[in-house]
Ligand binder design. Structure first.
Ligand SMILES: Nc1ncnc2c1ncn2[C@@H]1O[C@H](COP(=O)(O)OP(=O)(O)OP(=O)(O)O)[C@@H](O)[C@H]1O
Length: 256
């Protein structure tokens, strides 16, 4: 078997007495789109932040192509992160910068300069997400929520990363705009041959984006399988979550 692009073993993280991750094991294969589902407060964001190196886990391992990420610092961490593209919840665009500067932010590391070349790259990436060239010169605040998400997606893909992370990519969008974003994510991930890891509690989005789904609950991955098996998982927790039932083994408020 080939080495997974991302391999997580025994990952633990607690904040004081509150155990959030309690031994997460998860592999993401090269070119696979994996979606992590789970209720509010189950630790999806904490897991993502551990992978991105924004939170230090208490123990466990996160390997990228076999290389340990936990404990990486300085240049080595920067090099690993350069392979990542990220779409943050809410877009996280800079309103003080025009759209084209936002899209090329990772390429310029926030520095100004190389204007014409960067503008061209921004326009090319905006086209990939269905936005016209004129959008490049607008400010994020002049765009609708759906357009802002597209700009954020253009920014995530602009540096041609090998691994894309999507944090609640459809939050705040109506179902039609959400579906457009899901389709664009699917399309771009395939076109780039990238590996994708998404966290969401939007089941429509999960079904659309995923090759494989993993459910985080009680600090662990309690089920993972192909999206085609989601409705026949035979797991009462997955069933309850997927169908949004209030009755079942998951109790509301259990995770804070
Ligand atoms: N820096 C922190 N300090 C203390 N507690 C934290 C910190 N970050 C997260 N937590 C706690 O960890 C738990 C998991 O939070 P997390 O944001 O990962 O949940 P989530 O699954 O992403 O939820 P949602 O779907 O609502 O975004 C929560 O109880 C949260 O309060």
């Amino acid at each position: 078997m080939s080495v997974p692009r991302l391999s997580i073993r025994g990952l633990k993280k607690a904040f004081g007495p509150k155990v959030v991750l309690d031994g997460v094991d998860l592999d993401v294969a090269v070119g696979e789109s994996l979606v992590i589902i789970g209720g509010s407060g189950t630790g999806k964001s904490v897991l993502l932040k551990c992978i991105l190196g924004l939170i230090h886990p208490d123990s466990g391992s996160i390997k990228l192509d076999g290389q340990e990420l936990v404990g990486l610092k300085g240049k080595a961490l920067e090099q690993a992160r350069a392979r990542f593209g990220m779409l943050f919840q809410g877009g996280a665009l800079f309103d003080s910068l025009p759209v084209w500067r936002n899209v090329t932010f990772a390429l310029t590391q926030g520095k100004l300069g190389a204007g014409a070349a960067m503008h061209k790259i921004a326009v090319e990436n905006l086209a990939k997400v269905g936005l016209e060239p004129r959008v490049a010169d607008l400010r994020p605040s002049e765009l609708s929520g759906g357009m802002q998400k597209r700009v954020a997606l253009a920014r995530a893909i602009a540096a041609n990363p090998e691994i894309l992370f999507f944090d609640e990519p459809t939050t705040g969008l109506d179902p039609i705009r959400a579906d457009t974003i899901n389709a664009l994510i699917r399309q771009q991930v395939s076109a780039m041959g990238a590996t994708a890891l998404t966290i969401t509690h939007d089941m429509a989005s999960a079904r659309h984006i995923a090759d494989r789904i993993a459910m985080l609950h009680g600090g662990r991955i309690l089920w993972d399988g192909p999206v085609s098996q989601l409705d026949s998982s035979g797991n009462a927790f997955v069933d309850q979550f997927v169908h949004g039932r209030s009755e079942g083994p998951i109790t509301a408020g259990a995770n804070g």
